[in-house]
Design a protein around this ligand. Structure first.
Ligand SMILES: C[S@@+](CC[C@H](N)C(=O)[O-])C[C@H]1O[C@@H](n2cnc3c(N)ncnc32)[C@H](O)[C@@H]1O
Length: 247
């Protein structure tokens, strides 16, 4: 079989709901896409297959997993047809080339780590603009604060519900876009019961935190309260949403 035929017969990379929603958010191709904390590397592989980047770089700190991934990639994505690299490295120590049109994906790590990675990548890029697609496991408020502080603009944001867990997918750029808000703005669809449930999870979480540490959390709690107040649903529906939290 020649290499072109082997590429055609290559099985499609199957993504779950969360990773496939992340992939579908991308609105352009890049010179380099970094699948940071890639683990199995599924998202990066799918992007490689769809040619959404000239090159995909897979990075994770787990040596054993990266060795397996490298083998997998060698079999499925021959270097004659695809440009990829596997780096076993702590994201905080990552050296990045100073080239334009780069996207870094940070998905599946906690909010605290995501914030550290965002800050570290910004200093590694040394002022050269780049895009980020972040989907942390919880801790979205501080992640958004970091993105705002680092001068990012919003390209797109989505609430993702997978395996009984909520995620916020935040796709941002340092070129032009919309303003990022700390509670999310365009992602809320108040007619969607999943989105209502998500708000009903966040609201009591920050209410509890505000009671324990008012100085730090009262303003955040107020922001989520205002978010519901500004929602395009009836006053009666808003009351039902608040009242059903404590039941
Ligand atoms: C749950 S997996 C996420 C896999 C994939 N990104 C996803 O969203 O499905 C989290 C990965 O982050 C990696 N990780 C955690 N801290 C890291 C660090 N400082 N540098 C590089 N990788 C890290 C772990 O080794 C693990 O493979």
């Amino acid at each position: 079989m020649n290499s072109e035929a082997s590429v055609k017969s290559q099985p499609t990379v199957k993504l779950g709901k969360r990773l496939s929603q992340l992939e579908n958010m991308l609105d352009q191709s890049y010179s380099v896409i970094w699948d940071c904390c890639c683990d199995h590397g599924l998202l990066g592989m799918s992007l490689l297959q769809k040619k959404l980047a000239d090159k995909v770089v897979f990075v994770d700190i787990l040596a054993h997993q990266m060795a397996l991934l490298e083998k997998d990639l060698e079999g499925r994505f021959p270097s004659a047809n695809y440009q990829w690299q596997v780096i076993c490295q702590d994201i905080l120590k990552l050296e990045v080339p100073q080239v334009e049109s780069q996207l870094f994906i940070i998905a599946g790590v906690g909010g605290d780590k995501a914030v550290k990675f965002i800050d570290s990548l910004c200093s590694a890029m040394n002022g050269l603009p780049f895009d980020l697609l972040v989907c942390s496991v919880q801790g979205n408020y501080p992640v958004r604060e970091a993105l705002i502080r680092q001068g990012f603009y919003l390209k797109q944001e989505q609430i993702i519900f997978e395996n009984k867990r909520f995620y916020e997918a935040i796709y941002v750029t340092q070129n032009t876009g919309s303003v990022i808000t700390a509670t999310g703005n365009s992602m809320w669809d108040w007619s969607n019961p999943d989105h209502q449930n998500y708000w009903q999870k966040i609201f009591p979480h920050f209410r509890k935190k505000a009671l324990a540490d008012p100085q730090r959390f009262s303003s955040i709690f107020d922001e989520y309260k205002k978010l519901l107040e500004s929602a395009d649903i009836s006053a009666a529906d808003k009351s039902i949403l608040i009242e059903s939290i404590d039941r």
